[in-house]
Design a protein around this ligand. Sequence first.
Ligand code: HEM
Length: 415
Amino acid sequence: ARPEEPPSALPANPGLYVITQLLPFNPFDPAFRADPYPVYRKIAEAGPVTRTPGGTVVVTGHREVSAALRDPLIGWGDGQSVAEHFGRDPEGRPVRQFIFMDPPDHTRIRSLVSKAFTARAIERLRPRAAEITSRLLAAAGTSFDLMDAVAHPLPALLLGELMGVPEDNLDRFRAWSAAIGRGLDPDFVLTREQVAQRQGAREQFNQYFAELAARRRAEPAEDLMSALVAAEQEGDRLTETELVTTCTLLVSAGYALTVHLIGNGVLALLREPGQLAWLRANPDRLGGAVEELLRYDAPAQVISRVVLADTEIGGVPVRAGESLLLILGAANRDPAVYDEPDRLDLARQSGGRNLGFGHGIHFCLGAPLARLAVQAALTELIPLDLEIAEPGPRHTEGMVIRGLASLPVTVRGRA
Ligand code: HEM
């Protein structure tokens, strides 16, 4: 007898089959990678809260994503997925970065980190951001890859200064952060090798910061690592594991997303010369312009969550245990909130706050630093007459982080 054949409806690639069941889009489609926004619009046309055939709850509306991120019945729980990501500490307790925790642990660690991550610590970096950018551009010449020349090194150098990491140790951060960033995608869209790379990168980062923490305990310096060590020593409120995983979180989350806001932002400006000219003529509007660039093409496109107890999102009931996919990239272009959402409009006044830095209790802790870095990069880049060079921009792979692997440019002079 012939072995039973799989049902003909099942595609040859079981990976793709799973993806079509659990995701409302195919993250491997080159057209989606080049421009996911028409795909999001189609998903949103079926309603701001929908379900995939496999039962993932997909949220695309601005109001609904904001509500989900504020709902205490929506969080991380002790979900298997998170436990598998991080493994266990030497005492056998599950290890997590605080971005993946719920209150009260999240609240405790976030407030300790906020105390160390002061406005003063960040402001100190403002003149450094400008110096570093002009040094990087001077070294780049007239024909270069913007990602390699500026977008990657600037955040790495700033985060290095913030954390107290020596400059010659920063090279390895790029590969580690890339592996962790890609690893934010759900495991079912990753290869086994990518899952192993994510784990390896986290362990190497943790190891690196454990050693740095030991040095700062012996000899404190003027950096965030020393401030966190002080918090750890103050009455056992931050454990060694929490200290180390927090440092890894700050660097890996902060690095890749800042890199890609610089890249996505510069690409958007180069494709819209009228907007670039407006910004050159209105440099005092840079702050608002960066927010619009974040809305227009956010580096963090989706946020995952789990329903902790039965609740509703925008009137749609969701049940405990269901997985949520909150599409920030769709919410940021919700026509119910933004006029002409697909238009880049740096002077935009309309609409609510964009969700590019998240919302609610997990709102990006590094937003002031990210804004400072991107503003510094644009301040130096805007006066240049830049042109996209052959072979043109290339997007990175992955569905959570949206960014560029390369953006070749030529400097024609000063505008
Ligand atoms: C959280 C975006 C830069 C540190 C978040 C979240 C988003 C985000 C969307 C919410 C995640 C969620 O709710 O699950 C961005 C973007 C950045 C950026 C677009 C750059 C343009 C940074 C930087 C740092 C940082 C530079 C630190 C140095 C964090 C931390 C959290 C976070 C620690 C977790 C906060 C919490 O769970 O309470 N970020 N981020 N981010 N971000 Fe950022």
